[in-house]
Structures are given as structure tokens and as C-alpha cells.
Design a protein around this ligand. Structure first.
Ligand SMILES: [Zn+2]
Length: 237
């Protein structure tokens, strides 16, 4: 059968627990067959949170029934009702996972220049509404309403907590269309074009200068000061 040869061994301790549990279920149990929690724990002794990792398979399309779902099962007994997505394969690794791995998060922030793609604010920057509140960046789904979306880089964008909440609940601020339109028409022509491009793209493309600044900010303070001093010398020479 295609794909079977490439399936990794569940005994490989380098694989994540969720992947190992999935592989163990496929290789040692099989669809439609019963197993017990002790069998699973004994297969991977010393592995933490093994029950939880098994439950984490459900959003990836795995159906694992307990005695609560099926009264022919005894407590502690489970039924592998349906094998879901092959999460041991790279493209399915993140299936059903809500959390974003640290590496993916870092890559998304880097790609987006450490700024909110919706409103363009940088981490720690004050919102321009005079409330004095500062931005905190999060990594959110491109489509916040897509349930059980994968958490690969392509599915994620950098958003500030405020834009992320607005996208989720569609609450917005207490503004009406006329007020927003009046504000727009008062902008200089060049700014109107910037706003239009931004709206069409659905995101702000940071300028080269802004990207460079966001990179400087990621350096330790000593290096930041060194760069600032070098730049000042360069410009004054
Ligand atoms: Zn924002």
C-alpha cells in the first residue's frame, strides 16, 4: 500500500507524543479495534500527558470512543473508531492543533516584520487613539472563523491583540461610515492612495525602512545603541 513504507516507527522517541500515539494506534491497534489506556501508557513508559495527546488527535479527524460514548466499553477501555489524518506526514503535522509552535510563531513574526498586518502597529507602540494603550502582538489565523484550521505559516498572520479581537468578534469601535469617510477625504492625495492600497491588499506592506527598524529592535540593547551611533556618524559625515 502506498505510504505505508514511509510511515515512521512509533518507537522513535524523537517524534512528538501526539504523532507517536497516532502511529501506535495505526500500527498496533487498527481501525475498529479496542485498546486500553494502560496498553498505551505501557507502550510509551514515562511519556507525559499521553491521554491528552491522544485526545488532541480528535480535531484531526480521529474518532476514539470511550465507555461514555459506547456503553459496551468498560471504563479505561477505548475503541479506535476511525483513523483520521496521517499527522506523521509533514503536511498534516499541524492538523487540528490550535497552538502554534514556537518556531512557526517566530517565522510568522519575522515574515511580517514584527508588526500587525491589519493596522501596522509595532510591538509596544502606542495606539494612535490617545488612550495610551500599547500594542501586544499575537499570531492569528488568516481566517479567524475557520474552525480547526491548521497552524502552518501560510495560515497565520501577525496581528495586534486589538485587531485580533476585532476580527474574532467583529465588534469594531463605535464609528459610523460617514465619520470614517469624512476623516478619509481630509487626507492628502498620497495618503488616500496608501489607504486604498492597504485596503485592497488587506494588509500593510511595511516599507524597507520600517522593516530595517523592526530588525534593529530585535537586537540586544547594546547592539541597538551601536547601530544607532554608527548610523548617526554615517549621516553626519
Ligand atoms: Zn493591529
Amino acid at each position: 500500500m502506498a505510504g505505508t513504507a514511509a510511515r515512521p516507527d512509533w518507537r522513535n522517541g524523537k517524534l512528538g507524543t501526539r504523532v507517536r500515539v497516532a502511529l501506535w494506534l495505526v500500527s498496533e491497534i487498527g481501525e475498529g479495534r479496542k485498546f486500553t489506556k494502560s496498553q498505551l501508557r505501557n507502550a510509551m513508559p514515562g511519556v507525559e500527558q499521553i491521554d491528552r495527546r491522544m485526545r488532541d488527535l480528535r480535531p484531526a479527524g480521529w474518532s476514539i470512543l470511550t465507555y461514555r460514548d459506547l456503553n459496551s466499553l468498560a471504563p479505561g477501555e477505548l475503541l479506535l473508531d476511525k483513523i483520521g489524518l496521517p499527522i506523521w506526514e509533514k503536511e498534516h503535522r499541524a492538523a487540528g492543533l490550535r497552538s502554534v509552535t514556537a518556531t512557526v510563531r517566530r517565522r510568522v513574526l519575522e515574515r511580517d516584520g514584527h508588526r500587525c498586518v491589519r493596522c501596522g502597529i509595532l510591538a509596544g507602540e502606542q495606539y494612535p487613539d490617545g488612550t495610551g494603550s500599547t500594542a501586544r502582538l499575537t499570531v492569528g489565523h488568516v481566517n479567524p472563523h475557520k474552525y480547526g484550521a491548521g497552524a502552518t505559516e501560510a495560515d497565520l498572520v501577525t496581528e495586534c491583540a486589538r485587531c485580533n479581537e476585532t476580527a474574532k468578534h467583529l465588534t469594531g469601535l463605535k464609528l459610523d461610515e460617514q465619520r470614517v469617510w469624512d476623516e478619509l477625504t481630509e487626507l492628502p492625495g498620497r495618503d488616500k492612495q496608501i489607504v486604498l492600497n492597504w485596503l485592497v491588499a488587506g494588509r500593510r506592506e511595511p516599507s524597507r525602512a520600517e522593516k530595517a527598524v523592526s530588525h534593529v529592535w530585535q537586537l540586544p540593547a547594546v547592539q541597538r545603541e551601536s547601530i544607532e551611533a554608527k548610523l548617526a556618524r554615517l549621516l553626519s559625515s
